[in-house]
Design a protein. Sequence first.
Length: 338
Amino acid sequence: MAKHRALIIGPGGAGTAVMDNMEADGRAELVAFVETREERIRELKEKYPDAVIGTDYAKVLAEAKPDIVVDAGPDFLHGPQCVAALEAGCHVLIEKPMATSVEDAQKLLAAEKKSGKIIMVDYTMRYSHPWGTMMRAAKNGDIGDIFYLAGFYIHDMWDWYDEKGQYTTPWRIDRDNPQNILFGGGCHGLDMVLYVMDGIAVKDVFCAGNSLSGSNMPIEDCFLVTMKFENGAVGKIMVSSGCNRGDFGEMFEAYGTEGTLVNGKLLKRTADPVELEQDDEQVQEGHGWNLTVRDFLDVLDGKRDNWMNSTFGARNTSICDAAMKSIASGKVEPVTWF
């Protein structure tokens, strides 16, 4: 079988991780890159002398003719870039979030349907322990009927926001199009909540946020979102990227009629706490990019279902979109459900 031809948008942290794992897997070859940093362009040209490398995505896409596009670039560009990829006949792996507006999510769903190609959204925390382990336990019914869930993204990102920081990422703090960390980080815990609730619609949300941490982020870096589900369950998403030494927080927890899942433990009223076991494939409190790449290529090869599909991406985006409308209005806002 011929190898898939992959174009990588944004070969930085996440993009490089996907690149490395695609090469290690062996089913895809890296044929093109979209990059703006001169030093990184030189590195790519040295390592991949036959690849198409440039700053203009449309030109690189047209010249390279890939069948896979991996979008790990700035969040606000995911929508238009991936619509163009689908229209060019490419399957798409999108580093979360899928999009940053309901309108872009709708365009992506329409382009995916028309093209017959697939979108996978890289919700890599699904592969993590203990959070992904708790997610699966809740999904499997281990705590009975769920009445409350919470997702967290508590991550000290000062070094990413500081222009002189070790991990400084200029696009995140761009004054015109900064990263919204609710979409870009809060999506992790929210994804776990939505996966567990298995299609039960979120009716409405209320959100409060602020930028009081003193970080270099030009918009809010702290959010608290409350959600009401169609079946009466409630949920919460807490996000802070301006916090001191936060390391993802608790990420996920769930409360049900027969038990509670917190901190990697299953708690029941009539039994001692049970420490959930990590399976052989899960990563410990980190990104499972190797498993994302494996599953993405398996989907393309017809070996498995797409469990991080565009519907999950659109729902996640829509809830974050409604949350931002709530901050602006100061009111509860309805959610467009996909």
